[in-house]
Design a protein around this ligand. Structure first.
Ligand code: BGC
Length: 245
């Protein structure tokens, strides 16, 4: 069964039809730049462009980089604040004239990794953490998602963690892999102190470069592995959510 997935990120809005049996994209994804300011109207235009590119009609799953309850956006740390209180499922569904399911971006990526990637069959507490414009978190207990955990906003040494250890912080402050890995290590140690997970899955675009920083991280008891679906996890997880999987 194929369902369309869209991933709304800080830099791009990307999407593709997803084969839910294989957990993979049916065609190469199509991407437009995230508009600035990323208001609901401007982002909706981008989502419509991505979905229309494929001539898709059918259910659509969409990720959002903030807290989503039902399909209402509750926080918007890295996109326009006008999203807060917006029923994104309704607004985007009306614009697309299709049924739209909306969920948090890290939760979507986590759902995909647990089904088809690095979390397959893993029990106990598992975290997927995405490092990008912000830090996203998805917590699974025996494979079941605890939604909207938002651990990118934990305070770490007087800093909001995502301002200090995201890949945006690495780029903005021109940190070396070594320096950035040290910050990520401190962040993981903090999350480990709070939750004692079995496994950390490291996602986001930087998961492609895992060999540059994962070997530099020490002193964490939990296993740490890169995401296997890499940057397609959000698209796949969005499509799964739209199909109720
Ligand atoms: C948001 C999260 C999101 C993460 C990654 C954070 O700023 O609060 O909801 O998952 O960024 O995009």
């Amino acid at each position: 069964m194929n369902v369309f997935g869209v991933d709304i990120g800080g830099t791009g809005i990307k999407g593709a039809p997803v084969d839910l049996d294989r957990g993979d994209l049916v065609e190469p994804r199509y991407k437009v730049l995230t508009p600035h300011p990323a208001t609901p109207e401007a982002v909706a235009d981008g989502v419509v462009e991505v979905v229309r590119h494929f001539g898709w009609s059918g259910p659509v799953g969409i990720t959002f980089p903030g807290v989503v309850t039902g399909s209402v956006i509750r926080t918007a740390a890295n996109v326009d604040k006008a999203w807060i209180g917006t029923d994104a499922g309704q607004v985007l569904g009306d614009r697309l004239n299709l049924r739209a399911t909306v969920l948090n971006d890290a939760d979507a990526a986590g759902v995909a990794e647990m089904a088809f990637g690095a979390g397959r069959g893993r029990k106990g507490a598992v975290f997927l953490l995405t490092f990008g414009t912000g830090i996203g978190s998805a917590l699974f207990i025996d494979g079941k998602l605890v939604p909207n955990t938002e651990l990118g906003h934990l305070e770490l040494n007087g800093h909001e963690a995502e301002k200090h250890a995201s890949t945006k912080a690495k780029e903005d402050e021109e940190l070396s892999w070594h320096h950035w890995a040290h910050r990520v290590q401190k962040y993981l140690a903090h999350v480990e102190m709070l939750f004692s997970p079995e496994l950390f899955i490291i996602g986001g675009g930087v998961s492609r470069k895992a060999d540059k920083f994962l070997p530099l991280i020490e002193g964490i008891r939990a296993e740490i592995v890169p995401a296997e679906l890499q940057n397609n996890a959000g698209i796949v997880g969005a499509a799964m959510a739209a199909a109720g999987r």
